[in-house]
Design a protein around this ligand. Structure first.
Ligand SMILES: *[C@@H]1O[C@H](CO)[C@@H](O)[C@H](O)[C@H]1NC(C)=O
Ligand SMILES: *[C@@H]1O[C@H](CO)[C@@H](O)[C@H](O)[C@H]1NC(C)=O
Ligand SMILES: *[C@@H]1O[C@H](CO)[C@@H](O)[C@H](O)[C@H]1NC(C)=O
Ligand SMILES: *[C@@H]1O[C@H](CO)[C@@H](O)[C@H](O)[C@H]1NC(C)=O
Ligand SMILES: *[C@@H]1O[C@H](CO)[C@@H](O)[C@H](O)[C@H]1NC(C)=O
Ligand SMILES: *[C@@H]1O[C@H](CO)[C@@H](O)[C@H](O)[C@H]1NC(C)=O
Ligand SMILES: *[C@@H]1O[C@H](CO)[C@@H](O)[C@H](O)[C@H]1NC(C)=O
Ligand SMILES: *[C@@H]1O[C@H](CO)[C@@H](O)[C@H](O)[C@H]1NC(C)=O
Ligand SMILES: *[C@@H]1O[C@H](CO)[C@@H](O)[C@H](O)[C@H]1NC(C)=O
Ligand SMILES: *[C@@H]1O[C@H](CO)[C@@H](O)[C@H](O)[C@H]1NC(C)=O
Ligand SMILES: *[C@@H]1O[C@H](CO)[C@@H](O)[C@H](O)[C@H]1NC(C)=O
Ligand SMILES: *[C@@H]1O[C@H](CO)[C@@H](O)[C@H](O)[C@H]1NC(C)=O
Length: 489
């Protein structure tokens, strides 16, 4: 019993003297780091008069030993000191948003316990060394985003098998990236966006990253087609391949990915029809396939996506009618279908079931009357339906639409008077373009004070507007910078 207690006492003495020794050295190491950073004002708390170095700005300790350094946005302008890895338990290092200069910090190879490294938003230049796999094999987060790194992404990066986050976007990488990234089975976030890579195809191997949830490859000079293997990315939540030169069809399998919420494929050269098999990706919130060469009709399956807020399909060659179910979607706020070859009517209940604020369907061959409920949820700001074959009166619900900002209905067959009250209710109205219709009636005495653009020519307004009254300089309509008012055809 006594012997046991004695042993315990000795042991605890040993441990406490060990931790004291460690913490003294660690304090010295930190003071050396401060000196190497040229004593930035932001590190003034790093001084011996204050209690423990574990309390210093940006320092985290575990069991009295430094395990984390967080010095994001601290005006540091000197390179990462070599001594930083003398902190043998350092696991977390965040030096983002500083002015760290120079080439890739290979001195960090000595941080054997490093798990998290963020040196994004600095002034690093040069290429990533092929020895990068010498970083700790515990590294799960590596962010080099927003620097000036150039050259290739080395294939050895595919050996950092613990990686969950690999963030390399917004650099000047002008070479290639390796298919070996497909070996990173724990990788959840792969960000390569906004780099001037050599023109390349997406490696089919990327479809093997079974943990991948967030793939961001916008503006990376991609061409060729989207690999069918992407249909295997069961954990994918966000797919962004926008602003590239991808061609061919969108693989059907992508629409079956159960966890997919956001798909951005805009500004490519994708063609063919959007698959109209049952959409398995029921959680989709944003679908942006605009600025492609897609043909066929809008899949009825889109009308079943209860969480869909954005549907953007503009600048394609889509034809046929807009599925009426789209008007029943409870989350839809932004519908952009302009510059296609769509026919038929707008879904009659559009605006009734969701907080719609933007409707852009101009430059199609749509006809019939506008939906009655567009502004019924009280957040509608923009009605852009010009260059179609719409007819009837503007919906009377617009009369109470005080959120309306932008009304562009020109080149249709609308007739009748403007909804009574519109001019006085819509205080934020800035643009009204309604020329080339058959509108009748008169304009009000006073226009909304924020109105900058009013074009009403070629209609059937009964009172010819007096140019004198509406002259921008008259002061009556102080904001109006553009008025086209002739009322005869
Ligand atoms: C860091 O470690 C190196 C070699 O292990 C040693 O020479 C150096 O003095 C240490 N630096 C500090 C500040 O303790
Ligand atoms: C030392 O750090 C403490 C806060 O930890 C601060 O109040 C004090 O001003 C610092 N001393 C110097 C000389 O910077
Ligand atoms: C801290 O010490 C406790 C007790 O000695 C131990 O269980 C724990 O694993 C230690 N934590 C770390 C991060 O070393
Ligand atoms: C960084 O420097 C700028 C200008 O010198 C200063 O305004 C800012 O407060 C500094 N930020 C920190 C965190 O010290
Ligand atoms: C990084 O690249 C940008 C754009 O090419 C350039 O304006 C800037 O001077 C570069 N910065 C450094 C530190 O190389
Ligand atoms: C990449 O950029 C670097 C630095 O500007 C340049 O030296 C190199 O030739 C470029 N490589 C390619 C393949 O364009
Ligand atoms: C779309 O397809 C047509 C014909 O198939 C082609 O002429 C045109 O260049 C394509 N446009 C784009 C942006 O790829
Ligand atoms: C829709 O969103 C809600 C709330 O975020 C979520 O609970 C629900 O699972 C989503 N529906 C689908 C089909 O993913
Ligand atoms: C209302 O419309 C604005 C844009 O005009 C939008 O940003 C906001 O999210 C909308 N609010 C709701 C609840 O949909
Ligand atoms: C517009 O509709 C009218 C009949 O409502 C039809 O005669 C005309 O051809 C249509 N114009 C276009 C461009 O579709
Ligand atoms: C008018 O616009 C302002 C500024 O965008 C906004 O705060 C205000 O809510 C708008 N008014 C209405 C009635 O929508
Ligand atoms: C005009 O626009 C301004 C700024 O967007 C906004 O604050 C204001 O509420 C609008 N309406 C009126 C009547 O000035």
């Amino acid at each position: 019993m006594a012997a046991n207690s004695l042993l315990l006492l000795l042991l605890s003495l040993l441990i406490s003297s060990f931790t004291t020794a460690t913490s003294q050295t660690e304090q010295q190491i930190l003071l050396q780091i401060k000196k190497d950073f040229n004593n930035p004002p932001s590190l003034s708390s790093w001084n011996t008069t204050s209690t423990s170095h574990c309390e210093w700005t940006g320092i985290q300790c575990t069991n009295g030993s430094v395990t984390g350094i967080s010095l994001s946005d601290q005006n540091i302008t000197y390179p990462i000191p070599h001594t930083i890895c003398n902190l043998s338990n350092l696991a977390y290092l965040d030096l983002s948003w500083n002015y760290l200069p120079g080439s890739f910090p290979t001195s960090l190879y000595n941080c054997n316990n490093l798990q998290y490294l963020d040196i994004s938003q600095n002034l690093f230049v040069g290429s990533i060394p092929s020895t990068i796999n010498r970083l700790s094999n515990k590294l799960y987060h590596l962010s080099l985003s927003s620097n000036n790194f150039t050259g290739d992404i080395p294939s050895s990066i595919g050996q950092l098998s613990a990686l969950q986050y690999l963030l390399l976007d917004n650099n000047l990488f002008n070479g290639t990236y390796p298919a070996e990234l497909g070996n990173l089975l724990n990788l959840e976030h792969l960000w390569l966006a906004s780099n001037p890579f050599l023109p390349s195809q997406i490696p089919a191997e990327f479809g093997s990253m079974s943990s991948l949830s967030f793939l961001w490859m916008a503006s990376t000079n991609l061409h060729g087609s989207i690999p069918d293997t992407f249909g295997k990315l069961q954990n994918l939540v966000q797919l962004d391949l926008s602003m590239n030169s991808l061609s061919g069809r969108i693989p059907e399998g992508i629409w079956m990915l159960k966890k997919l919420e956001r798909i951005y494929l805009y500004h490519n050269q994708l063609s063919g029809a959007i698959s109209d098999t049952k959409v398995g990706a029921q959680g989709l919130t944003q679908v942006d396939l605009s600025m492609n060469n897609l043909t066929g009709s809008i899949p009825a399956g889109f009308g079943k996506l209860q969480n869909l807020t954005l549907l953007s399909l503009y600048y394609n060659q889509l034809s046929g009618e807009i599925p009426a179910e789209i008007g029943l979607l409870p989350s839809l706020t932004n519908l952009k279908l302009f510059s296609n070859k769509l026919t038929g009517v707008l879904p009659p209940e559009l605006g009734k079931h969701s907080n719609l604020w933007n409707l852009e369907v101009d430059d199609n061959s749509l006809s019939g009357e506008l939906p009655q409920f567009l502004c019924s949820r009280g957040n509608f700001t923009s009605l852009v339906v010009f260059n179609n074959n719409f007819t009837g009166k503007l919906p009377s619900s617009l009369a109470t639409c005080n959120t309306l900002n932008n009304l562009m209905v020109q080149n249709n067959n609308f007739y009748g008077q403007m909804p009574a009250g519109l001019w006085s209710t819509a205080v934020n109205l800035t643009t009204v373009i309604m020329h080339h219709n058959s509108f009748s009636g008169t304009l009000p005495e006073e226009l909304p004070s924020n109105l900058t653009r009013l074009e009403i020519q070629v209609n059937r307004f009964s009172v010819i507007v007096s140019p004198a009254t509406y002259q921008p300089t008259s002061g009556l309509y102080g904001c109006l910078t553009r008025l086209i008012y002739q009322t005869t055809s």
